[in-house]
Design a protein around this ligand. Structure first.
Ligand code: ADP
Ligand code: MG
Length: 614
């Protein structure tokens, strides 16, 4: 408990004790009023203050206002214990809420533990401890065993295992050594590492994630906005109904005025929508927290809500369902040596981040003299064009060869990389990719939780994409698409799915337009790519496609709890409202109904956090 929570608990106890004590000392008249006003103010003052503050901001009708109106009315007609009781229970509910919110916030801030406190920087042979934001790109950082990796970097010296669980939820450690890149927020387990800083703190993975989580509260779900709007109209309606209830029946029937006033006040207490106002955002918050523990970062409750409705999940192929690390299976040079062909290709691909480029560079095991390359142009969906040793080199698919008017050899063996030197055909390289271990499970799990259509969009050759889809059990296949076509196909899917939303999953490399166009853009493998973190609505910290079905499960579950709370709260409220209008419920019961519903709804909300997923 925080100090503030302890303080309100103390107030609640003192006020309750005073209330109990007063029932043993019968008091009358003014003395009675002054005796009771003390416990009333002890618990009620903060509420009165909040209500007046809100009124001065032009925000009259909220739950604080309802509580003040009801209790002041009760004091006015001499129902002192009832007034105290209302405030007491209202404060108990409030205390409950702050504790619950604090809990789910804590679990999100567990994620915040990724925040580094310092970095050991070695400058001119001297090691000193700096603030992470004082380090600059190119600095040498030293990470001792057990320390957090403070900044993104590349290892210069040392080998170690690192624990990425804070970011990915993955419990198996990752082995790293010289040349590997490391990500801030992970823990260095056993070896001493020396690494070069590659990003300043403000651009580091850690800062990006923290920013993302902090901003997530601003993107509110429909339901949440609906509740806020609902309360804005609902509260004045309730107040007006209460006024009518207090004055009209006694005027018509000539009945007892205090009796009807009491009914109206009960009516006000019951009508307080706090259960909804509190529990709905809390449920979403808990759902987002639960997801973040699993390495799934959701940028707002609106995306959680959309994901719960998803009927179609569209996948990019390379790097998403496949590992994106191609290996060379065949080399077919034409009027050139095998080695020369690979060398030229690797040089032309030397600056691209496309998985094909990276793989070809890795396959050419020797050092690349990149000063031989210039004027590189990536042609998205086609390949690359570059000037190598003064000659224009084209590396890419059949479309690229056709576009430059180069005769090429047709081959039907897999993913083919054709090469042309000065538009003169130089042969082709056959490459193959590996399907990720859990892609198949990912697809079958999605179907099991109600995704009706799984789709693959790829720029690769039809035969290759169809083979993969068959193996994975994907429903719909679109191949040989240019990046623009991918967006168009995605739009078609969005337009044709009338009642469900469409999610797109990509690795963030040349599919950012699709990620931002989809109802829910999901980027995977964020441990490294900033573009992905920015373009997406949901970021998976690791690159396991099975995390998507987990995300959908969490979303559906959260939505279910939200719905339970709404139905439950409205039903109980409605019944007690009728009872209090009919004079069949007293204020004690009214308060109990209100606070009871809030507490139960809050407890239910926190389930969104606790449910265990496999
Ligand atoms: P995917 O949909 O599989 O992610 P892309 O849209 O990134 O594919 O690329 C589509 C096709 O364009 C690739 O299969 C490849 O034939 C060609 N291509 C794209 N970029 C390159 C590159 N850097 N080098 C060679 N070929 C490329
Ligand atoms: Mg791609």
């Amino acid at each position: 408990m925080t100090d503030k929570q302890k303080k309100s608990l103390l107030k609640i106890i003192i006020s309750a004790l005073l209330l109990i004590a007063l029932t043993f000392f019968p008091t009358y008249g003014y003395i009675r009023f002054f005796a009771y006003i003390i416990p009333y103010l002890i618990v009620g003052l903060p509420v009165l203050k909040k209500a007046t503050d809100n009124i001065s901001h032009g925000q009259v009708f909220d739950e604080n206002f309802l509580m003040c109106l009801a209790t002041i009315g009760a004091l006015f007609i001499g129902e002192y214990p009832e007034a105290i009781f209302v405030m007491l229970f209202y404060q108990i509910g409030d205390l409950f809420e702050t504790i619950a919110v604090g809990k789910s916030r804590n679990s999100i801030s567990d994620l915040m533990n990724i925040c580094p406190e310092y970095v050991n920087i070695e400058r001119n042979g001297i090691l000193s401890q700096l603030d992470p934001d004082e380090a600059v790109i190119g600095d040498i950082m030293v990470i001792k065993p057990g320390e957090k990796i403070p900044l993104d970097g590349t290892i210069l010296e040392g080998t170690s295992s690192i624990n990425t669980s804070a970011l990915t939820g993955e419990s198996l450690p990752l082995d790293v050594s010289k040349g590997d890149s490391i990500i801030s927020g992970c823990i260095n387990i056993n070896g001493m590492l020396k690494a070069e800083v590659t990003k300043e703190y403000s651009d580091s993975t850690v800062s990006k994630i923290i920013e993302l989580v902090e901003n997530s509260a601003e993107n509110k779900a429909h339901t949440e906005n609906f509740i806020t709007r609902f309360a804005r109209y609902y509260t004045p309606i309730v107040v007006i109904s209460a006024v009518i209830l207090a004055f009209v029946p006694p005027l018509i029937t000539g009945g007892d005025f205090t009796d009807w006033l009491m009914r109206a006040l009960n009516f006000l207490v019951v009508s307080c929508p706090c259960a909804l106002v509190i529990s709905v955002p809390l449920t979403y918050f808990s759902g987002i927290g639960c997801a973040s523990k699993q390495g799934i970062l959701i940028k707002g409750s609106n995306y959680l809500e959309a994901l719960a409705k998803a009927k179609t999940v569209v996948f990019d192929k390379t790097g998403t369902l496949t590992k994106g690390s191609f290996f060379i299976t065949e080399i077919h040079p034409k009027n050139i040596s095998e080695n020369k062909l690979i060398e030229i290709t690797a040089l032309a691909e030397s600056f691209s981040t496309h998985p094909i480029s990276v793989s070809i560079r890795n396959a050419y095991n020797e050092n690349l003299d990149t000063s031989r390359v210039s004027d590189i142009k990536e042609i998205s969906g086609y390949g690359v064009k570059a000037l190598v040793d003064g000659k224009i080199i084209y590396v890419g698919n059949e479309k690229l060869m056709t576009q430059i008017g180069c005769e090429y050899e047709k081959a039907d063996k897999g993913t083919i990389v054709h090469v042309a030197i000065e538009k003169e055909y130089a042969g082709y390289i056959v490459i193959a990719d590996i399907i990720k271990e859990d892609s198949k499970d990912a697809i079958s799990m999605l179907k099991a939780i109600g995704i009706e259509n799984t789709v693959i969009l790829s720029g690769d050759k039809k035969a290759v994409v169809e083979d993969i889809s068959k193996e994975l059990g994907i429903d719909t296949v679109y191949a040989e698409l240019l990046p623009d076509d991918k967006v168009k196909k995605l739009e078609e899917l969005i337009n044709s799915s009338s009642d469900g939303s469409v999610a797109f999953v990509g690795d963030g490399i040349n599919d950012a337009p699709s990620i931002s166009r989809a109802d829910i853009g999901i980027a995977m493998g964020a441990m490294g790519s900033d573009a992905a973190i920015e373009a997406a609505d949901i970021v998976l910290m690791d690159d396991k496609p099975s995390k998507i079905s987990l995300a959908v499960k969490i979303a559906k579950n959260t939505k279910k709890i939200v719905r339970q709370n709404i139905v439950f709260a409205l039903t109980v409220k409605f019944i007690v409202l009728i009872l209090s209008a009919l004079g069949m419920s007293n204020m004690w019961e009214a308060v109990f109904a209100d606070v009871g519903v809030s507490v139960l709804a809050i407890l239910n909300s926190t389930r969104a956090m606790k449910i265990k997923y496999k």
